[in-house]
Design a protein around this ligand. Structure first.
Ligand SMILES: O=C(O)CCC(=O)C(=O)O
Ligand SMILES: [Fe+2]
Length: 373
């Protein structure tokens, strides 16, 4: 399959940060939908406020997530990564894209990095909505916090639904729930990530190593939760020339303890909109020393990504929106996304969402997936 333009020559951010557009999605209006779609078309990345600004009345009813819930879920993640035994991690290791992924196992940009990413992860699929049962073996740190994790998944789904409705509004679709319906019944995956602190004697070499290699996300969109004092996310600027770092907090944000949620568009939504919404290439680096805690060694980074994906059997034909249809002639033969297993438009129109995701995952996990077959 042909692949997208390789941004290997892009210059390092040299400390340049980007102030992404920030949206308060506690109320749904067509104007907000338009603005959100404009941001997704320009950057492919935006922020949504996870909590109300106390100076704006502080009404909590329009928010699904709050600081307390997100802190609790990060605590569970930390407990798992820091305390689970090697035996336990092995017992729930990755199978069918669910479970634990150890250091260097995944390589998001294998063409650039010989060594796999400097991270470990746990992919947790949303529980079965009818039985409430998990769809995979789960470690004890998760078992003992079952309700918190179930609640978190439900709240993330509700947040994703708000964003999908706003996108439909912004795309002037008559049926505001068109996109939401295609996501019904498809389990969202949450991915807990831990980029360990680099010890003083670490052989990490920023010239050739990376925490998460350059890639675009595979599904419809991603909700990303990050922690104060743990930067490192970079996005490729729209000109494709430079990496810009995404700060944890927007300038003048009302909170310094609960960062807004990063939302980014994935390949499938980009394809579905004839490339109108951008599936932007991003990566995670070890931040330069002054930014990484107050120590002289780069500290841990924890993040949680929620991958919002359509049902596997969806055929990826462009969605019914005037704005999308207008782009039909201008969007031909281009590759969508960046990284192993990407496809151009011609190929994608013959695939279902599930087949596309499979092709991307096979390239990311390389021999690991094939050895499980
Ligand atoms: O950890 C992060 O900030 C980003 C992770 C990411 O991009 C991914 O897992 O797709
Ligand atoms: Fe990503």
């Amino acid at each position: 399959m042909p692949s997208a333009t390789i941004p290997h020559e892009a210059k390092s951010s040299s400390g340049e940060t980007i102030d992404l557009p920030l949206f308060d999605i506690s109320h749904e209006t067509p104007k907000l939908g338009k603005e959100l779609v404009e941001a997704a078309a320009k950057w492919g990345f935006l922020w949504i406020a996870g909590s109300p600004d106390p100076d704006n009345g502080g009404d909590r009813s329009g928010y699904d997530l709050n600081e307390d819930i997100v802190d609790r879920v990060f605590d569970i993640s930390r407990t798992f990564f820091m305390e689970a035994s090697a035996y336990e991690k092995d017992h729930c290791k990755i199978k069918d894209n669910r479970g634990f992924v150890g250091m260097h196992i995944e390589s998001l940009d294998p063409s650039k990095h010989q060594r796999g990413d400097f991270k470990q992860a746990f992919n947790l699929a949303e529980p079965d909505p009818t039985t409430g049962q998990w769809r995979q073996p789960i470690p004890s740190a998760f078992q003992t916090n079952d309700q918190t994790l179930q609640d978190f998944h439900a709240r993330c789904r509700s947040t994703a639904t708000r964003v999908l409705r706003l996108i439909a509004l912004g795309l002037e679709m008559e049926d505001v729930d068109w996109l939401v319906r295609f996501h019904d019944g498809a389990p969202q995956a949450s991915r807990f990530l831990h980029y360990p602190m680099l010890p003083r004697d670490s052989d990490y070499n920023p010239e050739v190593d990376i925490r998460a290699g350059a890639h675009s996300d595979y599904g419809s969109m991603t909700l990303l939760f990050t922690r104060p004092g743990q930067p490192g996310l970079e996005i490729l600027s729209p000109d494709g020339e430079t990496w810009a770092s995404v700060p944890v907090f927007p300038e003048d944000y009302h909170s310094r303890t609960f960062p807004p949620i990063v939302v980014n568009i994935g390949d499938i939504l980009s394809y579905w909109t004839n490339g109108l919404l951008k599936s932007t290439v991003h990566r995670v680096i070890v931040p330069p020393p002054p930014l990484s805690h107050d120590t002289d060694v780069p500290g841990d980074r924890f993040s949680i990504a929620i991958f919002v994906e359509p049902a596997d059997d969806i055929v990826l034909v462009p969605m019914p929106s005037r704005l999308v249809e207008e782009r039909t002639t201008g969007f031909k033969g281009e590759a969508v996304g960046y990284g192993g297993g990407v496809a151009d438009r011609e190929t994608l129109s013959t695939l279902t969402a599930g087949q596309y995701l499979k092709s991307r995952l096979a390239a990311t996990y390389g021999s690991l997936l094939s050895s499980q077959k």
